[in-house]
Design a protein around this ligand. Sequence first.
Ligand SMILES: Cc1ncc(COP(=O)(O)O)c(C=O)c1O
Length: 467
Amino acid sequence: MCSGQFRCGGRATFQERTMDQVTDTGALARQLNVDPYWAPFTSNRRFKADPSDRTMISAEGCYFTNANGVKLFDGSSGLWCTPLGHSHPRIVEAVTKQVRSLDYAPSFQVASATTIQLAERVAEMAPEGLNRVFFANSGSEAVDTALKIAMGYHRLTGNATRTRFIGREKGYHGVGFGGMSVGGIVANRKMFAPGMVNGVDHLPHTYDQSKMAFSKGQPAWGAHLADELERIVALHDASTIAAVIVEPMQGSAGVIVPPIGYLERLREICTKHGILLIFDEVITGFGRTGWAFAAQRLGVVPDMITFAKAITNGIIPMGGVIARQEIYEAFMSGPPAAIEFCHGYTYSGHPMAAAAAHATLDVYEEEDLFGRVRALEPLMEAEFHSLKGEPNVVDVRNFGLTAAVELSPSAAGPSMRALSIFEAGLKQGLYMRYTGESLAFSPPFISTEQQIKDMVAILRKLIRDAA
Ligand SMILES: Cc1ncc(COP(=O)(O)O)c(C=O)c1O
């Protein structure tokens, strides 16, 4: 299994393992025993056959350095989560200060002041009417929390039969049983079919290459697909449906941008039938589309928003739900001392995460980085669409500071072309995400114009080399 400079047996002492004692990345690589490591959402055997390209040793600004000493432009902001780049001094300072003053406080029955202040701040950034913030630690937890809030809300308002959730094909809502059930990526579902939450149905996805290939921004075709919700409501009856959950822009499926008018239509149908609309903004939240939330960019206000990732610049995990005040108020019933919502996590609203979030939001605000995303979007669009005509490129999609390049499938098997480009990128200075046949990009907001041009130049070469 193990090869190259990686050790497969034995164990280094703590001191040997301490990164900052190692000046030579090759020496560190030789100390690592990859065998016990079980990597998430990874081809483990491929990783362990040659781990050095994929093992990150350090990161600063827009770059990682891997165990081979290659400096990699972070073309995907990690997993869409580090828009300020890495080791941002403001976040490092805020977290250091927080650990010295209040390292942890429970969030059940007591709370950290930093976290309470963060809730106020997030509520101020959210679309009008959404002003109650419940903290979790990840996107998956945020989604499961939102689904539970939806079910609880209907029960508390006399509609206990509203228990169904409607997700969407190609949707990604994390890996909890709730998020997995409303998600629509088959590979994430098929192994766990018996564990699906009861009563979930799915809208069709909105991607049709024959109708929308190389659309710039929102495709003109596809708004009518929202009417499928009427068909689903007619099948199950509105009185059984609690909520519809969609990503305003589908990220993990490879940047599938909402057709013009589609989300507006979903909103109308949900309102008409008393169904809550949840926008999963784990990727789009906190600036990725040029506004704090995609809901604001698109002018469609849901009843709840889930967030994670960019709120802390990915430095310390945090997620959460922003709900309409009426939803919160519905829970404020029963005996005054009763716990109204029996849900939460040991690390909900962790003070360290809250400190990281405050510093992150300060920098977004002071440097007008959401404005910067809007300013960079045309360049991002032009650069990525210049890849049209390159070998095997069958579509390019873009929205905010995101883009995806869709490749034709290779004879070597599903995803193999995208995987080989991803792996070659690790040798040639570019980290990206790949999913199915698409390569997905979401560079840091702090990227310069030149860095975006250089990223696309490397990508063009990688695509040509793979042909
Ligand atoms: C839209 C969306 N929801 C939920 C999640 C799950 O987040 P996490 O991996 O933090 O659990 C993701 C992760 O990429 C996501 O993109």
